[in-house]
Ligand binder design. Structure first.
Ligand code: UDX
Length: 440
């Protein structure tokens, strides 16, 4: 039997989602737990673009999935269902082999629900890891109730109203607002664990999401570890699927302090040519320097930024720089960056608030709508925009000159630092998590 210091070795099997915004925090969590002496296996669907060479100390377990990505499915739910069905048998087989030798705990991404069902089948402890904001969880849980009471699908007249059970969110902020009823109810069923896990890990901070955390604590009588922001607690080596263009840091070095607007819409959002062109004009007309990540293939029908007319490209070159993928955490920490135009994915949100950078919020789907609401109306460090309707250049200038918003962003940043310091909420949650795993 594998033993260390007279006790069985702990093998933590982290079941990761193949999406960039989920893989990154899972690898960060693995890095932290490994530094505490646990052995880490990353079980992941085969088709993702993870560079395993960046993480030589982990064991990687590719799970045959028979898939090539979400693109070949008509709905994201269909993709997730296929992923869960196809990956389950291999994970089960692997666990059966190792569980006689080692003490196994499964930590599974909230979307990789097969991790939970395999744990129940085999009688292993399991912990759910959530890589999005906490708020999206009670929002999904409430779908059946909204449906029963005739509040979902949401009538137009309700869209701007606050959902009484989910303050401060409006109906139009709900992450499933655009889904057909059946997909929404199926999604709710999917992420609601049939058997409660041993615990939850949330990549968030207590002070950012008090109401959502209270709701979950009332619902589940298991420990909830709020250990975020993971990019600060456990910086991992590069987790990017795309190559980071570091030349933009040299470009940032030449810009004035707090003058640059950084633009990135994450790893999944796709745009129409018209919206992307409007964004370009807004940036040019703001007369501010800007660093714009245009992910290859993210504008429908184009490989990169060929959708921009030549004259516009010349104007962009005066104050702007376009890259395919940036070292985002380094960019946001750079003194030249004064604002972040973002889709408000949860990682981007945490990375920005941790550096005290206020945001322009252009959410697309899922939890991004709720995160944008948090930023603009709860934490008050962001401005919501709709590219087709907002005067973009005005919004950019407001973001960069608004002293009160900047001050609030710095206060939030200080609270994040406080949570990470000795005795802070995230620091304590990490210690508690370690002890909890050893107690299982
Ligand atoms: C997805 C969902 O969109 C999001 O709502 C959910 O909360 C997490 O999963 P994604 O679109 O990838 O996330 O956005 P986000 O969560 O912000 O993650 C993007 C990651 O890519 C961030 O860690 C960011 O630092 C990184 N990134 C992005 C780069 O390193 N370089 C870039 O140029 C752009």
């Amino acid at each position: 039997m594998a033993e260390e210091n007279g006790r069985r070795r702990w093998q933590l099997v982290l079941v990761a989602s193949p999406l960039q915004g989920h893989m990154t925090p899972m690898l960060q969590l693995g890095t932290y737990l490994q530094s505490k002496g646990f052995s880490i296996t990353i079980a992941h669907p085969e088709f993702n673009s993870l560079d395993t060479f960046n993480h030589p100390d982990f064991i990687f377990l590719p799970l045959p999935d028979n898939l090539s990505g979400p693109g070949s499915f008509t709905s994201f739910l269909g993709f997730l269902q296929a992923l869960n069905n196809n990956c389950k048998p291999h994970l089960r087989e692997h666990l059966v082999q190792i569980m006689t030798e080692e003490s196994v705990v499964i930590i599974y991404d909230i979307l990789m629900v097969f991790g939970g069902s395999v744990a129940v089948d085999l009688g292993l402890p399991s912990i759910i890891m959530n890589c999005s904001s906490t708020a999206f969880f009670p929002a999904y849980q409430i779908i059946p109730q909204l449906h029963q009471e005739g509040r979902f699908p949401v009538h137009d007249s309700l869209l701007d109203e606050i959902v009484p059970e989910l303050k401060p969110f409006r109906y139009k902020d709900l992450p499933f607002i655009d889904l057909p009823t059946e997909d929404a109810t199926e999604s709710a069923k999917m992420i609601t664990p049939a058997t409660p896990p041993s615990a939850f890990i949330w990549n968030t901070l207590e002070f950012l999401e008090p109401s959502a955390l209270t709701q979950i604590r009332q619902q589940y009588q298991v420990p909830i570890f709020t250990i975020g922001p993971l990019h600060k607690t456990a910086p991992a080596r590069s987790t990017s699927f795309l190559e980071e263009d570091t030349s933009c840091i040299t470009w940032l070095d030449k810009q004035k302090p707090k003058s640059v607007i950084y633009v990135s819409l994450g790893s999944m959002a796709n745009l129409d040519k018209n919206v992307a062109t409007e964004m370009a004009w807004g940036l040019v007309n703001s007369n501010q320097p800007f660093l714009w990540v245009v992910r290859p293939g993210s504008v429908h029908g184009y490989e990169w930024f060929e959708f921009l007319q030549e004259g516009l490209v010349d104007k962009i070159k005066v104050r702007g720089l376009i890259v395919k993928w940036a070292p985002q955490k380094e960019v946001l920490a750079h003194n030249a960056v004064g604002g972040f135009w973002s889709h408000c994915g949860w990682n981007s949100t945490l990375e920005s608030v941790s550096e005290g950078v206020p945001m322009l919020c252009q959410p697309f789907s899922v939890d991004q709508l709720m995160n944008a609401r948090y930023l603009s109306h709860f934490w008050k460090i962001g401005i919501e925009i709709i590219v087709e309707k907002t005067e973009i250049e005005d919004a950019i200038r407001r973001l960069l000159v608004d002293k009160e918003m900047k001050q609030r962003a710095i206060e939030v940043q200080k609270n994040v630092e406080h949570a990470l310091n000795h005795g802070g909420s995230s620091h304590n949650a990490l210690k508690d998590l370690e002890e909890f795993i050893l107690s299982l």
